[in-house]
Design a protein around this ligand. Structure first.
Ligand SMILES: [Mn+2]
Length: 332
């Protein structure tokens, strides 16, 4: 079998090598795949349609979207920005995977391997930050276009450093990347990205539900959790009835035990959670310690699925029965 090691890139075989992020790709996933291909060789791929923010970033940076992942014999796949089976494109089998670069917890359904592979998982704000650090540590200069998309990846995942997932390295590397990319105003770039993402008036409700949707399996319960980060929450709040209709379809189609959708108000720093049925209301009440009203729950201060919304669900579903007394979400 082919040999691949993130630590000794000069020895790697890079024929048929592709870099791939998670389903419902976001800016961090796409930019990390692009950067990994530049750093280690091979080509970037995507596992789905681009959201408006990512399309904006690629256009701004002067890059084409990576090609869709295809089914290839003997392809080698480096994964970026995820490690869960539920987020892997069906065209990739476990034996194809040669490396993982990620910043997510290794939780209930990680991809498993029969042999050791090269991994780099750090508790940083974005996979893009890890890629930027690898370029620097390996003494390689990146192109200005790659610096530009990596900056987009950091700003997207950290919500311009406002998300509780942000770490000091994210800011340090954002500034270095901005210099390489020739971007003077980091916050203005990040704000333009968020505005592009918030422009959902012409997008149908089902597409919005699935724009940034992740699956989890916790204690044998299947959970689907979609989020839409927006500067214009009212535009989505008024579509509640339509979201509930689409959630019904999706919950049945995916065989989920629970389905959640959060309208994340990135300006007001709060989330509006759409609660499909009594099951979701009960779980959300236990997890977040808030009361549901008319299939809604307002979660002040909660803007990150990764570090706030999902960990609370995770803790509640993992807890032994009858012991869920105090809410698992600590609002920061
Ligand atoms: Mn990410």
């Amino acid at each position: 079998m082919a040999f691949f090691d993130l630590e000794t890139p000069e020895n790697n075989q890079t024929d048929n090598l592709v870099w791939l992020g998670h389903l419902s790709p976001d800016t961090d996933t796409i930019s990390s795949a692009i950067a990994a291909a530049e750093l280690f060789g091979g080509e970037a791929r995507r596992a789905g349609e681009l959201n408006k923010e990512t399309a904006y970033v690629l256009d701004y940076c002067g890059l084409e979207a990576p090609a869709m992942i295809s089914q290839q014999d003997g392809q080698k796949v480096g994964l970026v920005d995820f490690n869960q089976k539920t987020q892997l494109h069906k065209y990739v089998c476990n034996d194809d995977i040669v490396a993982i670069i990620d910043h997510h917890a290794i939780q209930d359904q990680p991809i498993t391997f029969n042999k050791a592979i090269s991994m780099d998982i750090r508790p940083w704000g974005s996979a893009a930050t890890i890629l930027a650090d690898r370029f620097e540590k390996m003494g390689k200069t990146m192109s200005s276009t790659t610096a530009c998309v990596l900056l987009g990846g950091i700003l997207s995942d950290t919500l311009i450093f406002e998300s509780p997932t942000t770490c000091p390295q994210d800011k340090v590397y954002a500034e270095k990347l901005a210099k390489i990319a020739g971007i003077d105003d980091i916050v203005a770039f990040g704000t333009a990205m968020l505005e592009a993402k918030s422009d959902l008036a012409d997008v149908d409700t089902y597409s919005i539900l699935k724009l940034d949707f992740k699956h989890y399996v916790i204690n044998d319960k299947r959970v689907g959790f979609g989020v839409a980060e927006t500067l214009l929450p009212e535009q989505l709040i008024e579509r509640q009835a339509s979201f509930l209709t689409e959630m019904k379809v999706e919950k049945a189609k995916q065989g989920l035990d629970y389905i959640f959708f959060a309208i994340v108000d990135t300006k007001g720093k709060q989330s509006h959670l759409v609660l499909f049925s009594q099951a979701e209301q009960d779980l959300a009440s236990a997890a977040y310690g808030e009361t549901a009203a008319s299939q809604w729950m307002l979660l002040p201060g909660a803007i990150s699925r990764k570090s706030q919304l999902m960990p609370a669900i995770q803790a509640t579903l993992s807890a032994p029965p009858q012991s869920a007394v105090k809410p698992a979400l600590a609002i920061v």
